[in-house]
Design a binder for this molecule. Sequence first.
Ligand code: KIV
Length: 297
Amino acid sequence: MSVAPRAGNGKITVPDILSRKSHSPAGSLEAKPKITCLTAYDYPTARLLDEAGVDILLVGDSLGMVVLGYDSTLPVTLDEMIHHLRAVRRGTRRALLVADMTFGSFHVSLDDSVRNAVRLIKEGGAEAVKVEGGERRIELISRLVEAEIPVMGHVGLTPQSIHAMGGFHVQGRTNDAARQLERDARAVEAAGAFAVVLESIPRDLGARITEKLRIPTIGIGAGPDCDGQVLVFHDLVGLTIGHKPKFARQYANLSAEISRAVTEYCDDVRAGRFPSDAESFHSPSEAREHVPVRQRT
Ligand code: KIV
């Protein structure tokens, strides 16, 4: 199931991602290529993104909202995640493959949480897991790292906390909230995470956390100063149904293109234009009858 990294084959590994941190521990700023990360939930998309050179493919629990039609990420089960993860695994060669721990899969005992993370690695082929939450996750992240499971943290707007947060709102806007967010990011780093997603926070806070941490920050709605960026694939290509956040730049309009193609197909079928003779198979006798008489001898 997994793709074992071998030195020099171009495979992106956890140490590669760590080495892309733009601020050195001494505080100097070194230009490094920004980390690119996109979500993927199926085989063809994984192949396209991997071949396009995306560094990290994330099977996020946004799966629930953009693919499965749930109205939040909360209903996504570990089995659903593993089902999609396996498809993405089959389409991924170069990128680092990260899977979200689903809501409920790490809110149990530490032993059960580690067992659930192991399923993502063993059954799904993930190379790392992502865990939402800051200071509260210190023990869990340490246990996962101890079990050789690399962890990506996720602080700021954490969609699994939608009920506690009262909706999808920008986080860290007051001084107190910003200080708590800094503490959360530092806690995730201290517990051993190799990177942290910063979601929906003010640009200056994203820049400050990025400067202070030794691990790379990967922003989504956290401004341009993070060490990398992540977007939900369906937002990027215009396939999202419903609300699109301000930070989600749309690079294509696949919804319009799919609607156009499907309407054209229906029109052609109804008008008898599809399939054409060239798109049909012919039996040998039928084919002979169609050969002009002069060529028959
Ligand atoms: O589930 C997801 O897709 C995510 C990203 C938006 C970071 O957590």
